[in-house]
Structure formats: C-alpha cells, structure tokens
Design a protein around this ligand. Sequence first.
Ligand code: ADP
Ligand code: ZN
Length: 298
Amino acid sequence: MDTRQYAAVEAGGTKFRVAVARGRDILIDTTIPTTTPDETLGATTDFIRGWGTVDAVGIACFGPLDLETSSPTYGSITATPKPGWSDTPVLATIRQELGVPTAIDVDVGGAALGEWRWGAAQGLDHFIYITVGTGFGAGVFIDGKVHHGMGHPEMGHITLERVPGDEYPGHCPFHGACLEGMAAGPAIEDRWGAPGAELTDRAEVWELEAAYLARAIRTFTYVVAPQKVLLGGGVMQTEGLLELVRDKTIQQLAGYVATKPLRGSLEDYIAAPAFGQDAGLIGAVALAMEAADTPHHA
Ligand code: ADP
Ligand code: ZN
C-alpha cells in the first residue's frame, strides 16, 4: 500500500481545491477563491505547508497551459482571458515554494488519469474524458497515457455541423460557434436566458444540447477511436441528459463502425465519470503519485 503523502491542487478559474492525501485517501482539503496569482498560489502553498511535509505535489490546472516538456516556460499558463493569469508559472512557483517533485497537467488530463487509475476507465488503453461546464474540455488518453502532443488538445474549439434551424451565433470569444461556444454552460445561459439548472423542464434546451454533444462525440469517435467516452461536468448533472446524448449519438453514428462498444444502446461507451465533481482533485493526487515515481519531475 502506498503510504506516501501527496498534495493535490485542482486549479480552476473560479476556485482552487487543495488537498493532502495519504495514498489516494484525502486527509484534509480546502477551497481557495481564484483571485490574483500571488494571492491564490500563496494561499495554496501556505495550506500545504501548514499540514507539514508531503512527498510530491500534483496540479490539475485550468488552461491553456504550456506542456511542451522542452519549453523554458513548461507548466505556465499561456494566454488566458482570465485577468492577471496570462504567463503565470504555476508549476515553477509551487515547486520552488515546496521543494518536492511536482507534476502538472490540464484539469481534464489530470481527471482522465484519476479515472484511469481508480475510476470509470480502469483497464482501458484509450478513452476520452469530457467536462461540459464553464468550458468544454477533453482529456485524451491514448496508448496508456494522457496525450499531449504540442501542448494539449483543445477539442472544445472544433467546428460542428449546425442543427438545422439553429441560428445562435455562439459564445466563444475566439470562434463564436465552436463546440464550446454552442454547448458549454455559459452558451446555454446566454442562449436561453437562464442557467442550465433553471431550465430542467425545458425539453427543447436539452434536445439541442444533446444534438451538439452527439455531434462532438461522433467526431471524437472517428478521430480517436476511444474505447469509452466519459461525460462529466456541471451541465451533465441535468437529469436524463446522458441518456439523450447516447440516443443522439446512435443517430449520428448511423451504424457506421459497428465495433462492439458502438453497438446497441451505447450504455458502456458513453458513461459518467466515477468521481463526478471530484475528478480533477483525485486526478491531481494521481499526478502527484507520478511525480513521486518519476525522478525528472524533481
Ligand atoms: P467548472 O467548469 O467551472 O469547473 P462546473 O463543471 O460546475 O464548473 O460547470 C459550471 C457550469 O455548469 C455553469 O455554466 C452552470 O450553469 C452549469 N451547471 C452547474 N450545475 C448544473 C446543473 N445541475 N444543471 C445544468 N447545468 C449546470
Ligand atoms: Zn472556440
């Protein structure tokens, strides 16, 4: 059994969740509002130091992040619309302050790792972890590890075929009607005039939402060939939405590529993450374990 102690940081645009774990069991945790980098990162390292010593730190961070291993700014946030946070060296700051091996990934990459180690993707070599929340993010797990490429994928910003008759211009400041601009939480609120949680009895809201999510899953299915798609985030808490997405994905796939997971009701293919709203934090624990096991993170 792993009895090392890890600090886990889920760094979000609205709040940071910080925890100390023994093995994978969370011992203590706290929530820190995301204000300025100095204040928020300072409160994060103070909390961890207040606990005592840890063996490693894992950070699952909002993006976009520099994850090019050879880059001098590896582990920094790059250009974000979030005021004050562009070019923040998140990894370097925390590693310097705490002086232990530290690993970082984007929030969805960390969440994918946690789901693979202990959650709904155990035993799989290829899957996609999706969160539909304030943004649309996807972590791609291929050949037994989180895929990075030149940084990390930005699958929320692909273009989708419009649902006929839908003329909503989209809500992405960069692309307008990209996937995130059409289907993430703020787009739902902008389009219908109320947040998703207040629209639960409006069937047309979720018909349209599921139609776009199904288009996205069709594209991801054909590009990545995952064994499973985990679909989480605040928007997916809507009752019945997961089932609706499965139905619409069946229509989208239209019977093409009938490998076993893509046949029938898609119940195994499109599933909820095991850790729900804790997926990022548990993922940060998994990242800390990797840091402790991998000397180059020191
Ligand atoms: P974040 O993406 O910031 O980590 P969430 O995953 O909670 O946080 O996503 C927040 C978004 O999800 C908001 O746009 C909110 O309106 C929406 N949301 C939260 N809860 C629900 C719910 N129960 N039903 C529908 N939408 C929800
Ligand atoms: Zn976009």
